[in-house]
Design a protein around this ligand. Structure first.
Ligand SMILES: Nc1nc2c(ncn2[C@@H]2O[C@H](COP(=O)(O)O[C@H]3[C@@H](O)[C@H](n4cnc5c(=O)[nH]c(N)nc54)O[C@@H]3COP(=O)(O)O)[C@@H](O)[C@H]2O)c(=O)[nH]1
Length: 517
């Protein structure tokens, strides 16, 4: 049995392999995807930051150009030259600055008077722009090929142009994007600054921002090499997380196994799976010398915990909120027993133990009626033994009387179990419509030698008879106890003296054997 069941459980090696693989898969999924999404968000944030820095720099350049244009006239006098030189001296970007007239002729620069015409295409863009500003990449005699030019024209036609090497402007982008990302910055279709040739691997993602005011576009590339580089650098952390996750899984697995093997869980599962057994103990009638009653008693042998006491089962079922499920299971098994041995059990009543508090529940009697519908064999034969383990309060008392009446209306007999040890007093017997009173075995054990017990039981017996209740003496183990019970005038007896609780086939065999005698 043990081998069969442990055979179902996966071996330790397989469990470790499974959780190892599962935790590795989850760790890799979290880190690889996490890194990918982190880089996507980073490239997007940094592209936006670069665009903002570029925009600030462009605004700075035009502020400088406006300063240079202030109070200028067309003379290129000393004051003009001084102003132009001061702007260039303090500018972080501009290397040269010039003034042009309304015909777009540059007549003055910080180097002195000059005379050349601005390209007509640029002049047209200045005229068309809404605030008479534009930028361009043009050759310059002083700064060489692809020099950055910014143009601003006042409303009266006087304009200022500033020259800068592209790297002076691109530095604001470089500071934000390098060395992680590659980018290309264009003005119109002309490439203004770019390092995209250096990518050297696949591009994992691309982010684009445009600065419409300056016709600039910034495209930023996320190279796959950056992704792999980061993944490699966090690999020790990945390994640690794998180990941690594996430990969490494995400890969780051990806790689950521990819980599944716990008595609490085993009892829960056995009740849910109908996996408990019911034993039956005959009750003998002394006057008739026969037996027409039995008590159904729960029995359960757990694979892990061995034979479990019914007291433990009942207590745990109560704590798990499964006490009623236990009762339904026992009653159905009694129904099955009648079905299996219809002939042998034709004249036999069987009683089942029920905690008194179950009767207070409003679904109890209706559920019982449903089970009687499922098992018509139980009608007129089923009895309930009410165990009185806790006291009833004043609100519960009248409710209990009405519940008892509902149950009796279903044709079910009611007995007071363990009379004398629970909360059932003499007053109870008068109030509740019990059919049978079962004297607890503790009194039977001391009946012969204890006069006080004898006196109590004599009055109880008298009262029971007055109330038309049947009496059963529980726990009769020896002949002297049987004689004492007989002397008391109790007719029906239950105890090891006659028969211990037995499984259904054995109790049927006992019946057949004893009926023959
Ligand atoms: N709510 C439910 N309670 C149940 C159910 N099945 C049992 N029980 C209750 O558990 C208590 C212990 O039951 P158990 O160990 O089965 O003991 C019963 C008999 O085996 C025992 N007995 C009978 N004859 C003798 C005897 O001669 N000597 C001796 N020492 N013991 C004997 O007595 C118990 C009879 O119980 P009861 O008549 O109910 O008092 C017990 O309190 C059960 O009620 C269940 O399905 N539901």
């Amino acid at each position: 049995m043990f081998k069969t069941i442990t055979g179902i459980e996966p071996s330790k090696k397989r469990v470790i392999f499974f959780y190892g693989l599962l935790s590795l898969f989850i760790t890799l999924a979290i880190f690889t995807l996490g890194l990918y999404f982190y880089l996507l968000s980073d490239v997007s944030d940094r592209t936006y930051a670069a665009k903002k820095a570029l925009s600030d720099r462009m605004n700075g350049i035009f502020t400088e150009l406006k300063q240079a244009a202030e109070d200028s006239d067309l003379s290129c006098e000393k004051a003009d030259l001084t102003r132009l030189r001061r702007v260039v001296f303090y500018s972080p970007t501009l290397k040269e600055i010039g003034l042009f007239d309304s015909d777009f002729r540059v007549y003055c620069s910080n180097l002195g008077p000059t005379d050349f015409k601005i390209y007509s295409s640029i002049a047209a863009r200045i005229t068309k722009s809404k605030d008479r500003k534009t930028v361009s990449l043009v050759n310059s005699n002083t700064l060489g090929e692809s020099t950055f030019f910014a143009f601003y024209q006042r409303a009266d036609g006087l304009g200022v142009n500033g020259l800068a090497p592209p790297k002076n402007i691109a530095i604001s982008v470089d500071q934000i994007l390098l060395p992680d990302y590659f980018y290309e910055l264009t003005i119109g279709k002309q490439v203004f600054s770019s390092n995209r040739e250096g990518i050297g691997s696949d591009v994992l993602a691309k982010q684009e921002e445009s600065l419409a005011d300056w016709s600039m576009t910034l495209v930023v590339f996320l190279p796959s090499s950056l992704y792999w580089h980061h993944l490699w650098s966090i690999s020790p952390f990945i390994l640690l997380s794998w180990g941690f996750l594996f430990a969490v899984f494995y400890i969780g697995h051990l806790v689950l196994i521990y819980y599944r093997r716990s008595l609490r869980h085993c009892i829960k599962r056995a009740i849910r799976n109908n996996a408990m057994e019911v034993y039956f103990q005959p009750i003998v009638s002394l006057s008739e010398g026969g037996f027409h009653e039995m008590e159904a008693l729960i029995r359960w042998r757990s694979f892990r915990h061995g034979q479990v006491s019914p007291l433990v089962i009942v207590d745990m079922a109560d704590r798990l909120g499964l006490i009623d499920d236990l009762t339904w299971m026992v009653i159905r098994k009694v129904g099955d027993f009648y079905r299996e041995y219809p002939e042998q059990l034709r004249d036999i009543k069987i009683s089942v133990n029920v905690d008194r508090h179950s009767f207070l529940k409003d679904y109890f009697a209706p559920n019982l009626s449903i089970i009687l519908g499922e098992y018509p064999e139980l009608k007129g034969r089923l009895g309930l033994e009410v165990t009185e383990t806790t006291a009833l309060n004043s609100a519960e008392l009248p409710l209990m009387v009405s519940r008892f009446e509902d149950i009796k209306a279903l044709g079910i007999g009611l007995s007071v179990d363990d009379f004398g040890t629970g909360y059932a007093g003499l007053d109870f017997l008068r109030r509740f419509p019990y059919d049978t009173l079962k004297l607890d075995q503790i009194f039977i054990a001391s009946l012969k030698d204890d006069q006080f017990t004898r006196q109590i039981l004599t009055s109880v017996t008298k009262l029971a008879k007055e109330l038309n209740m049947e009496l059963v003496a529980e726990g009769v183990e020896r002949e002297d106890q049987l004689n004492a019970v007989r002397e008391l005038g109790v007719d029906r007896v239950q105890g090891y003296y006659f028969c211990r609780p037995l499984p259904k086939d054995q109790v049927i065999a006992w019946f057949e054997e004893n009926a023959a005698n």
